[in-house]
Design a binder for this molecule. Sequence first.
Ligand SMILES: NC(=O)c1ccc[n+]([C@@H]2O[C@H](COP(=O)([O-])OP(=O)(O)OC[C@H]3O[C@@H](n4cnc5c(N)ncnc54)[C@H](O)[C@@H]3O)[C@@H](O)[C@H]2O)c1
Ligand SMILES: Nc1ncnc2c1ncn2[C@@H]1O[C@H](COP(=O)(O)OP(=O)(O)OP(=O)(O)O)[C@@H](O)[C@H]1O
Length: 519
Amino acid sequence: MAPSKLNSNDDASVSSSQPESGFFNSISLLNSEKAVQELIQQNPVMGSDDHLREFSEALRTVAKALRRSAEGKAAAQAEAAEWKRKFELESKRNLNLECKGLSLREPHSDGKKTETIACQSTDRIEQCCGNNGICSHEVLRDGATNSDFKMVNDKYTRKASFKLSWCCKGEQSDQHQHDIVSFEKGNITTAERSSKQISLKWESDPQTVLILTKPNSTSVKLMCSEMVRWLKHRRMNIYVEPRVQTELLTESTDFNYVHSWKDDSEITLLHKKVDLVVTLGGDGTVLWAASMFKGPVPPVVPFSLGSLGFMTRFYSETYKETLDAILKGPINITLRHRLICHVIRDAAKTEYETEEPILVLNEVTIDRGISSYLTYLECYCDNSFLTSVQGDGLILSTTSGSTAYSLAAGGSMVHPQVPGILFTPICPHSLSFRPLIMPEHVTIRVQVPFNSRSHAWASFDGKGRKELGPGDALVISMAPWPVPTACLIDSTTDFFRSIHEGLHWNLRKAQSFDGPRDT
Ligand SMILES: NC(=O)c1ccc[n+]([C@@H]2O[C@H](COP(=O)([O-])OP(=O)(O)OC[C@H]3O[C@@H](n4cnc5c(N)ncnc54)[C@H](O)[C@@H]3O)[C@@H](O)[C@H]2O)c1
Ligand SMILES: Nc1ncnc2c1ncn2[C@@H]1O[C@H](COP(=O)(O)OP(=O)(O)OP(=O)(O)O)[C@@H](O)[C@H]1O
């Protein structure tokens, strides 16, 4: 991922910054008032200006038109492009004003003035972070507003801010200042691929840890209570799920300092309180943790207390040393991309009938469920017909999910930092249907045709099955909120270790020298 796409927000959780075409496509498919409101809430820059509220109105109009007619689509897309341009200009202006400490409510500046402000604020970013970094307090407001503070144990604490940086070869050259592709003196060049290892450095001490645990496991329960005691000793605020809070209180009333929530709606605010998420379990627990955050996700430290543990590189035996190092920082992280999935019902006549989008870290699968007939699915990429699937189903996977179900269905393994979407058929009844890997910016639509003999079923990271009837569709694009997972060593070493140790990739006895050979 190119650095310009990285951002860390004022909640010190990680999100991608500017909307890209895939993201924008997904915005234009947001067709409920609630979904648009959520998007605005989750993006403080977007939500901070009347102009941008107007933008959300336009999005709803665009979304409606997109779903109605073919002619409407062309007009709506043109309108969407115009709003995208306005939005980008506006976001840039807001970011720049923030960097200069100016009020977001200043009257609009003309293009020239915006440019001057942009230059000054860029200088300031570089003064603090260097060319290859981004600070949460610089990019987004760090002025002490009430909402920035959280109340824990009757005292106000502030969510820790951090800086993300990435190493870039050729620091001396100015190549990294170029756009991705540049054209100078008739020569086409591409910028150096600068997204190497991303490093997270705390700018203020992390204070609040959320521990998520695999249920029904005695070893996990023991590890959880030991870790809670140790974190308390380190004066950390600790959150756990209500089930775990009950378990801890049953063990001892001494655990009354552990926080939880009563109502599921409080989960939507967790990212504002939590500095760090610790998972105790296997890959399923990491998926569970990711699913709890419908927007930005705080850094996740996955401890291995499962069987395969592809994404859980940390050993629970050495949790004290690990957490000491992580709370001190800096830490290498992998930004694991997620997909955002919208179920669009054919029967939905109004925007209120459509469903909440679902974020997946591994994959969304559309299969035949209990039906014994072939699944028949029509697939479109950015509104162009791509292919139809006749077989057991289709997997749309992230690169993190490439080593899970997609791998079992014949898809390639892909490094988790590669920003792509895997398109992997499940048992296709065709001799020539090979898996594909798409670029990150595409929007894929999978539709159950009206002449399909059966219904299809979508499942999200192996959970939450939804039935899709004829005319229903699933629209998938890259989500702007990745899951930042801490690395034991670095993204690449961890990935190679996982494919060797977890999957025994290409394990074969070496051929002995003792035999016929070239002379
Ligand atoms: N045929 C298959 O391989 C198959 C079938 C169904 C689901 N799954 C996978 O299971 C996932 C759900 O995991 P769960 O733990 O809740 O269910 P689960 O308990 O059924 O475990 C699935 C297995 O997949 C492994 N796994 C999960 N994510 C992985 C990843 N990113 N890379 C490598 N291995 C991974 C887990 O370690 C576990 O061994 C789904 O997202 C799907 O990818 C795989
Ligand atoms: N906090 C949680 N609450 C509810 N369910 C959870 C929670 N954590 C994990 N799960 C579910 O429990 C199941 C098993 O968890 P997990 O995959 O972590 O363990 P495992 O199967 O022993 O390990 P591995 O995936 O490494 O083989 C998964 O389906 C996961 O979704």
